[in-house]
Design a protein around this ligand. Structure first.
Ligand code: NDP
Length: 451
């Protein structure tokens, strides 16, 4: 069986790479899933005959478009916009929009592919999608960001809708950008619907949506730690990133009794051995969300902290690591350093932040390790709750949403344990999440025929 499964993965990947050349991130994400699923697929003639995985790895639709806009000097700038509509077997396409100069088709296809499994794991009726642009919001005025968002939506509006495709935020897209995009969408469509999530509280947003991804990562890590009789209490936590996910992961970890000692951005990281407590975190939030400044300012304000330019925080001694910045930000060497420093748990807030080599190190040392598609699913789950509230034209309280988020994260953890427990008792959360996420999508695709 093992040989057959390996052969299946090799053939499948050879074809996938030939069909999608020069898309390394997409290949990486698909290979991980194919390796988890291969033993199931080779033992199930129906899954093979119906080519379920082959179809899941082919986007239902990809839209690529020109985004022209005028900068503050009155000059024309041109960016490229994308929406990858990956899979709608269990609900409308759902996934964030990323604005970052690195955005390309490979990155968006990997994200949309991961999203399909993640959304399925939440148990909510959402298909998978992802979009974005190579637009760089850094250093742009509010006016320029608005003009870009309006031009982006002037094309995208015809491809999305509350029952078709519901975008949200991601790297470089927060409340400000969602507001500009929603405003232009509403104007072009002449209707007020829940086509975007991550909206402001006063105009259809859900309580706790900004916090949901970071809080969800901590709720998931709590469940993992509990399997070994551990908790956040008294633990030291290293976090990368200082954006939406990192900020709220830091807040919740601190509330749960841990000490967060690092945060970062693409220029470097800060290490504060005294801990980034609630007050210091408030400063980070203002620094990043209001002034859109760099994390190095933290070390200038708090003498207890040190700034390490151009470095990532994985060499710091910690019990729990939460990578919350971007893909492939934690490599095999970083993983070895974490293990050597006594880290027991790695809960991913970002999408695919650990390289395959890093994952192999974590798993061979039997760390509690969760892939982003399981532990960061709280964001999209709460987006799903925002969609429900919009359809009902009502708003739940913060407590109600938090309770639902908590129970969704617990449920995802249970699914991972159900499908990922190895014969020696070790929970392989990668396998658990991939198989758990696949089942529902595969069954829906089988029921819906060759579409
Ligand atoms: P933000 O834009 O709010 O923050 C991103 C953070 O990561 C910033 O600190 C940024 O630093 C840093 N970063 C971005 N690119 C790089 C890079 N190439 N190298 C090092 N650091 C980098 O994004 P989010 O917090 O929303 O997203 C972070 C991760 O979480 C992404 O992988 C995203 O896909 C994932 N995610 C987000 C969800 C959400 O609800 N927002 C839901 C699920 C997953 P700088 O300011 O210098 O760019």
């Amino acid at each position: 069986m093992e040989k057959l499964a390996k052969q299946y993965v090799d053939n499948f990947m050879t074809q996938l790479i030939a069909r999608n050349p020069n898309e390394p991130e997409f290949h990486q994400a698909v290979r991980e899933v194919a390796e988890s699923l291969a033993p199931y697929i080779v033992s199930d003639p129906v899954l093979q005959k119906m080519k379920i995985l082959e179809r899941i790895a082919e986007p239902e639709r990809v839209v690529i478009f020109r985004v022209p806009w005028l900068n503050d000097k009155g000059e024309i700038e041109i960016n490229r916009g994308y929406r990858v509509q990956m899979n709608s077997a269990i609900g409308p396409y759902k996934g964030g929009i990323r604005f970052h100069p690195s955005v390309n088709l490979s990155i968006l296809k990997f994200l949309a592919f991961e999203q399909t499994f993640k959304n399925s794991l939440t148990t909510l009726p959402m298909g998978g999608g992802k979009g974005g642009s190579d637009f760089n919001p850094k250093g742009k005025s509010d006016n320029e960001v608005m003009k870009f968002c309006q031009s982006f939506i002037t094309e995208l509006f015809r491809h999305i809708g509350q029952d078709t495709d519901v975008p949200a935020g991601d790297i470089g897209v927060g409340g400000r950008e969602i507001g500009f995009m929603f405003g232009q969408y509403k104007r072009l469509r002449d209707e007020f619907t829940g086509t975007f999530t991550g909206k402001g509280l006063d105009w259809g947003g859900s309580p706790l949506r900004p916090e949901a991804t970071g809080y969800g990562v901590c709720y998931f890590a709590q469940e993992m730690l509990a399997t070994r009789g551990e908790s956040f209490e008294g633990k030291t936590v290293a976090i990368s990133g200082s954006g939406n996910v990192a900020q709220y992961a830091a807040e919740k970890a601190t509330q749960l009794g841990a000490k967060v000692v690092t945060m970062s951005d693409s220029s470097g990281y800060i290490y504060d051995p005294d801990g980034i407590d609630a007050k210091k975190l408030e400063y980070v939030m203002t620094l990043k969300n209001v002034f859109r400044e760099r994390i190095k300012e933290y070390a200038e304000r708090y003498p207890s902290a040190q700034y390490f330019p151009g470095e990532r925080p994985w060499g710091v001694k910690c019990d729990i690591a939460m990578p919350c910045a971007t893909q492939n930000e934690l490599n095999g060497e970083n993983a070895k350093a974490l293990v050597a420093n006594g880290c027991i748990c790695v809960a991913e807030g970002a999408n695919m932040p650990s390289t395959p080599e890093a994952i192999a190190v974590f798993q061979s040392h039997k760390l509690l390790y969760s892939p982003g598609k399981a532990s960061n699913a709280g964001g999209v789950a709460t987006s799903g709750l925002e969609m429900s509230q919009n359809s009902w034209r009502l708003q739940w309280t913060r407590e109600e949403v938090d309770q639902k988020l908590h129970s969704i994260m617990k449920n995802i953890h249970e699914v991972c344990v159900q499908y990922g427990t190895e014969p020696d008792g070790y929970v392989n959360y990668v396998k658990g999440a991939n198989i758990g996420g696949f089942m529902k999508v595969a069954n829906a695709m089988l029921a819906q025929g060759c579409v």
